[in-house]
Design a protein around this ligand. Structure first.
Ligand SMILES: *Cc1c(COP(=O)(O)O)cnc(C)c1O
Length: 396
């Protein structure tokens, strides 16, 4: 006994103190900076959520009054939030919370597909959709986009591709997926049109709305798809990680089936969803998220204003469908690339120059092209960013 303990301590002694010290000082200072990073703009906490963090930060604090099902907890009001508020917010018959959008996509794939089945997805899909498919051993068929400069998904191609899959495999794809919008260009395909095509072929459709839910209005009922997936830390002003899965009645019994041995536990949920801060911050921010979605028009106007102004600079061009339909946009910035070729810092010059002007969120090293988001910025902040770009192109 003592011997094993001693051995354990010996083991632990190999951890250098300096490494522990580094863990004692986990500061992050982004205050005062304008952050252009698309993955971060929609996840900035509301003051309400920041306040709730203090009360609920302890592990399993949400379980004080749990009778075995997270979504049925009445205090705090998870039950109403999930079964009444969220279902209405996204027009779904059922809602479940997962540990992220990817987990929600995997959950659906795992429930409705068998290994070896075909998953049909769009070429603008997030890598995590591909990995989820890989984890469940699905064959992936892709709807191509139309390439440079639009990278647009033609909705009609879903019919052609389903026909092709039927010819080749003698059966339907088990599931189709559309990314709405995609995380590279912010293109918003007509998901309703795709849902109609898929439903005509009796193929269930999952709408990946990681960049939509919590930013813009979405409705599974309106789209007439079977599943919709959102990401709390991406687009719903919360810490996460947390995903939202909306289901229509159609296949909900398959995805939400209960365990044989643990009567109130759902198998695909592994018995429980995200318990703790991810959910508390999602709920605490929700009243503001509910309000902000109503102002999506203003976000588009702002994004278009930004693109219009920024494209006046020679050598900067927005790729993706025009005019932009989303706050996330992809810029091709040949002018910055030309500067980087002569600059002593190379591609890193852009990061440094932006930072000097209190702007962050463009990955260090990138200058040829990058994505950014204008979500939630005030008009004068947008103007500051435009001014910064105009100054930086003057650099020799
Ligand atoms: C960010 C993103 C994801 C992954 O979201 P998580 O909640 O972190 O799993 C999936 N799909 C798209 C389109 C995304 O932009």
């Amino acid at each position: 006994m003592y011997l094993t303990l001693d051995l354990l301590f010996l083991n632990m002694a190999e951890i250098p103190i300096s490494q522990l010290d580094r863990l004692r000082d986990l500061k992050r200072s982004t205050g005062g900076f304008l952050n252009l990073n698309p993955i971060q703009r929609g996840g900035i906490l509301t003051p309400e959520a920041r306040k709730a963090v203090l009360d609920w930060a302890d592990g399993y604090s949400i379980c004080d009054f749990c009778d075995g099902v997270l979504e049925c907890i009445k205090k705090p009001p998870v039950d109403d939030f999930v079964h009444k508020t969220m279902t209405c917010f996204i027009g779904a018959d059922h809602v479940r919370l997962t540990n992220g959008a990817r987990e929600a996509m995997y959950m659906v794939m795992h429930a409705v597909c068998k290994p070896g089945d075909v998953l049909l997805l769009d070429a603008n899909s997030h890598y995590s959709a591909h990995i989820a498919a890989e984890r469940h051993n699905l064959w992936v068929y892709e709807i191509p986009n139309n390439g440079y400069p639009e990278y647009k998904i033609n909705e009609e191609l879903y019919a052609d591709k389903i026909e092709e899959i039927k010819r080749k495999t003698k059966k339907n794809p088990a599931l189709a997926l559309i990314t709405y919008p995609d995380g590279n260009y912010g293109n918003l395909p007509d998901a309703r049109k795709i849902a109609k095509i898929c439903s005509d072929y009796d193929v269930p459709l999952l709408v990946n709305a990681a960049y939509a839910m919590g930013r813009m209005p979405v409705s599974l009922k309106h789209l007439k798809a079977d599943f919709i997936v959102g990401s709390g830390h991406k687009s719903m002003a919360c810490s996460g990680p947390i995903g939202v899965l909306g289901l229509s009645e159609s296949l909900s019994d398959v995805v939400l089936r209960k365990s044989k041995n643990y009567k109130n536990k759902e198998v695909e949920m592994l018995g429980c969803g995200p318990r703790g801060l991810p959910l508390i911050t999602l709920m605490a921010s929700f009243p503001k998220v509910y309000e902000r979605v109503k102002h999506w028009d203003d976000e588009i106007k702002k994004a278009r204003y930004f693109i219009d102004e920024i494209e006046k600079i020679e050598g900067i061009k927005q790729l993706g469908v025009k005019p932009t339909q989303h706050d996330l946009n992809f810029l091709e910035t040949k002018v910055f690339h030309r500067i980087s070729e002569k600059h002593k810092k190379g591609g890193f010059f852009l990061y440094r120059e932006l930072k000097k002007r209190n702007i962050i969120g463009v990955k260090p090293g990138l200058s040829k092209n990058f994505k950014l988001s204008t979500y939630g910025f005030k008009k004068d902040e947008i103007k500051k960013i435009i001014e910064a770009f105009k100054e930086i192109v003057q650099i020799k």
